[in-house]
Structure formats: C-alpha cells, structure tokens
Design a protein around this ligand. Structure first.
Ligand SMILES: C[S@@+](CC[C@H](N)C(=O)[O-])C[C@H]1O[C@@H](n2cnc3c(N)ncnc32)[C@H](O)[C@@H]1O
Length: 270
C-alpha cells in the first residue's frame, strides 16, 4: 500500500495513544467487541481474497482475525497513527501502516471492506475521515463504522451516584476535546447522506459485570488516563475516583456499556 506516513501528533484524537496502560485498555475493548464486529463482517460476505482496511486498528486483534478469514489470497491493512502494537503483527497478508487518517488521503477504490471502530467519535474531522474511507472502498464494497452512543453509559445496578459523577466527568473532558458522545446514533443518517446503499444497523449495550479481581479494566483505565484532567477541572476528586474503582471491583455491580452502534452500507458505482 503506498501511503504518505506522518509522525506528527494525531489530528484531534481525544485520547493519548502513548499512555502507559493504553495496550491493556484497548485489549479490554477488543475482547468485548471483536466477536460482534466479526459476525457483521461475515454477514457481509467476508471471505478468502477480500482486501480489507481497518482504520485505527489499535492492538490489531481484529486485523488478525480478518486476515485469517481472507487468507491466503486476501490482504488486511491495519492503519493507525501509532503502530507500536501493530508492527510485530506484520506478515503475509497483514500490513501495518502508520498514517494520520485526518491528514492523508487513502488510496481510491482499493478495498472490499473498510472498517473503523471507536475512532470517528473521537475525531473532530470525522466528516472528512468518513468521506476518505468511502472513497477508499471499491464499488460494491462495504463500509462498516462502529461508534458508541452514551445513551446507556450511565446505566448501572444498583444505582450509584459515584458511577454517574465519574462517568459524567469523563464525558465532559472528552467532549471538550471534540469527542461526540452521540455520534453512534447519527451513523445511519450520515451513511445515507453519503450515498451508501443497503444500509443496516445493529445497536447493542453489552452487560459488563464488576469483577472482584479484574474490575472493569476498559472503564477504569479510561478514568485513570483522564484523571489528571477530570481532577484539574474539578469535575471529580480523588476520594470519588477511589470509590469508583471500589465499585467496579464489587462483585454485585452490573454496568451496561455505552450503546455500540454498528452501521454498514455499500458503495455504488462512481
Ligand atoms: C479507541 S481506539 C480503538 C481501537 C480499535 N479500533 C478497537 O476498537 O479496539 C482508537 C484508535 O484510533 C487511533 N487513531 C486516533 N486518531 C487517529 C488518526 N488520526 N489516524 C489514524 N488512527 C488514529 C488510535 O491510535 C487508536 O489506536
């Protein structure tokens, strides 16, 4: 794949790819969401020989699973602004590419499937990136976008003020950086406006139980990464953050994750 790479900081990303525990945070998300993403890809016909692009590929677990399904003749490009976790996965049919998708064009009509999960919601340039991804898809190919909608992010049982306050603090800090907590619900409208056809959506809030040993890593690590900012802004305090961690290690707590909206559509002839 011929692309111009960049080492500049990513355009507008509201989180820090270089944070010390980012790998564990991304692995927590992948464990929860890779099976559902793969089920959609299979429904779309993913098979041997397909050329796939995963934008914001993170730790590359999905790219690896896609590669196993398109091998030996297909290829998967795992694109991310930070490819530290992807480089060791390079091999026949799996190509890590370092690129800021807000700044560089993707090759036109090059893929049967172009996917991004939990990426566009973070990027203020999301409209431009979506157009870039659609252009990169060949006529007849599929674009699959998956983003959260925070409609269910505050749902916890038993009800908890600590959970509500810390989750709201996280959302506030992210939103100030250009994150859209309701981007998920807008996906069907945006894919329709972009001219895609055969659009369909699956929206699911996964139940996540607090584990006395593990806690809920992806949720706790997000709170930890943003703690300097939520604390500095006075949106929470250390006592509340400690209580949040205790809650997510309390075996009785049941959380419902933000609504994951997966929306896909097909590119027509140009
Ligand atoms: C929240 S993570 C999601 C990772 C993976 N898609 C998943 O769902 O498990 C967002 C990913 O997008 C990458 N990213 C952020 N801004 C980007 C940009 N401008 N261009 C390319 N990748 C970007 C980050 O480095 C990170 O790996």
């Amino acid at each position: 794949m011929t692309l111009t790479t960049t080492t500049d900081p990513p355009g507008g990303y509201s989180l820090d790819p270089t944070w010390h525990a980012e790998r564990a945070r991304l692995n927590g998300l992948a464990a929860l969401y890779d099976p559902g993403t793969l089920a959609i890809c299979e429904r779309l016909g993913l098979s041997r020989g397909w050329r796939c692009l995963d934008v914001g590929a993170g730790t590359g677990t999905l790219a690896q699973a896609l590669q196993a399904r398109v091998a030996p003749t297909g290829t998967v490009v795992a694109l991310d602004v930070d490819t530290r976790f992807l480089e060791p996965l390079a091999g026949p049919g799996l190509e890590p590419v370092a690129l800021d998708v807000t700044r560089s064009p993707l090759p036109e009509g090059a893929y049967d499937l172009v996917h991004a999960r939990l990426v566009l919601e973070h990027l203020p340039e999301r409209g431009h990136v979506l157009a870039n991804m659609i252009r990169a898809t060949q006529p007849g190919g599929w674009v699959l976008i998956e983003d959260f909608d925070w409609a269910t992010a505050l749902v916890v049982d038993p009800p908890s003020d600590v959970h509500r306050r810390v989750a709201s603090a996280i959302r506030s800090v992210l939103s100030r950086r250009g994150y859209d907590p309701h981007y998920g619900r807008s996906l069907p409208r945006r894919l329709r406006a972009a001219g895609l056809t055969n659009i369909a959506t699956r929206a699911e809030s996964i139940q996540v139980d607090a584990d006395p040993v593990q806690g809920i890593p992806q949720w706790e690590l997000l709170a930890d990464q943003l703690a300097p900012h939520t604390l500095a802004a006075g949106l929470t305090d250390q006592h509340e953050l400690d209580a949040f961690h205790a809650l997510l290690h309390d075996g009785r707590t049941v959380c419902f994750a933000p609504l994951m909206v997966s929306c896909w559509g097909q590119v027509g002839s140009r």
